[in-house]
Design a protein around this ligand. Structure first.
Ligand SMILES: [Fe+2]
Length: 79
């Protein structure tokens, strides 16, 4: 679900290239993490504006997870 978006039952298409290229797979992972974080930051803001602390906490926890994933990918690339 994207805050402010239209509700849907369709899943977001995830780009997956299965060619055995580990570096490309990791780069795709980095891209996915970097795209996810702003969405969750936006969700936190929407929850705060809606005075919905439970959803805010949920999105903050997910955002923390995504930041951890981003850190792992960044470490793997030695950046
Ligand atoms: Fe993640």
């Amino acid at each position: 679900m994207v805050p402010g978006g239209e509700p849907t039952t369709k899943l977001t298409e995830i780009k997956v290239v299965k060619d055995g290229n580990i570096r490309r797979m990791l780069e795709d992972g980095v891209t996915a993490e970097k795209e996810a974080m702003p969405l969750y930051r936006s969700a936190v803001k929407v929850a705060m504006e809606a005075d919905d602390p439970v959803s805010r906490l949920l999105y903050e926890e997910i955002l923390g997870d995504e930041e951890g994933h981003d850190d792992k990918f960044t470490t793997l690339f030695g950046k």
